[in-house]
Design a protein around this ligand. Structure first.
Ligand code: SD4
Length: 333
């Protein structure tokens, strides 16, 4: 197990580029404890954790479901729908910043306590892709439907076709077109919502929904709809979700990695730290982007960690819903 002092030393040394990725990895991989036993006591007071500031309002909707005896699945769906419908949240649903062609394309995934999952990717014109993802999970033999097929599936199931590009997002895209002259650019505009919840029966579910990186290539899909990357739930162990540069998360199967570490007895916090450190050890340009992870285990312990300063999350537990700032890796640039 890495102690705090060693961790800070690692952080400084890595930030200064002093140690190689292999050395970094060998020093930060936590030692194994006993594997998680599925029959351990479960947290049954209700818990919701979600990414970024808009998570607070989303948690409120999820909390209400849970307090009324609803399932964690209903809680995460109704929770993230709040962000999807909010035009001020410019990385999710309505009001999401478009791709470089000026199109708002959305990714979403959902996973329940039975290990069922559904996702949609590169879907346009649908305000609540999370509900389409849930339908994929519940009404089809598939896990993922993309693009025009996903839109067709949504419309056939009663969803309304809508224009999701607000005047404000359109203006920002037009400004970007002028200044950036249509060059590839992985920027820092992101605030995807990933949400994990435990209901009063002690069951876990998770959801993740986003318009992805602003100005992305048309057709680009990030980590959020990829089960195991942007989201993973195992009701015997715990759940994890991700935000930030999806390509970095996909490369390490981030959420699955965190759940597997927890399965091996690692705490949610150390599991999130290990995933971030894995990115730092393996991806040379790690100082140029942000990635943040959240995790929870069946006992209701949580974890949060990011590459850069500034990752915030909303936590509802013990009857309180409040914002917290995550600890982060890159303390020295
Ligand atoms: C993506 N992970 O599409 C998403 C973006 C994100 O906050 O998290 N934004 O890569």
């Amino acid at each position: 197990m890495i102690n705090r002092r060693k961790f800070i030393i690692n952080t400084v040394a890595a930030g200064a580029g002093l140690i190689t990725s292999n050395k970094l990895l060998s020093q930060v991989e936590p030692e194994k404890k006993e594997p998680v036993i599925p029959s351990q006591p479960r947290y049954t007071k209700g818990l919701v954790i979600s990414t970024w500031k808009h998570g607070l309002a989303a948690n409120e909707a999820a909390r209400k479901k849970i307090e009324n005896g609803g399932s964690s699945l209903d809680a995460v769906e109704s929770g993230v729908m709040v962000s999807e419908a909010d035009p001020k949240v410019t990385s999710v649903g309505y009001g999401g910043l478009p791709d470089r062609d000026g199109r708002v394309t959305l990714d979403a995934s959902i996973m329940d306590e039975k290990g069922n999952c559904g996702s949609v990717a590169f879907i346009e014109h649908i305000m609540h892709p999370i509900s389409v993802a849930r339908l994929v999970m519940e009404k089809t033999p598939h896990c993922m439907i993309t693009g025009k097929g996903a839109l067709k599936f949504a419309l056939a199931n009663g969803f309304k076709k809508e224009n999701l590009l607000t005047d404000e997002s359109k203006k920002r895209w037009e400004d970007w077109m002028k200044e950036n002259n249509y060059k590839p650019d992985i920027n820092e505009i992101h605030d995807t919502i990933g949400m994990l919840a435990i209901d009063k029966a002690g069951n876990l579910s998770g959801a993740c929904t986003t318009s992805g990186l602003a100005w992305k290539y048309h057709g680009r899909v990030g980590d959020s709809p990829i089960i195991g990357a942007g989201l993973y739930v195992d009701n015997d162990v715990g759940a994890a979700c991700a935000t930030g540069k999806g390509e970095a998360v996909i490369k390490i199967c981030g959420s699955f990695l965190i759940v597997e570490l927890m399965r091996n007895g690692i705490s949610p916090q150390k599991a999130c730290e290990t995933a971030v450190l894995r990115i730092a050890a393996k991806q040379r340009d790690y100082s140029q982007f942000q990635v943040g992870f959240l995790a929870v285990n069946t006992s209701g312990e949580i974890g949060a960690f990011s590459l850069q300063k500034g990752f915030e999350y909303a936590l509802y537990s013990d009857g309180k819903n409040a914002m917290h700032e995550s600890d982060y890796f890159l303390k020295v640039k």
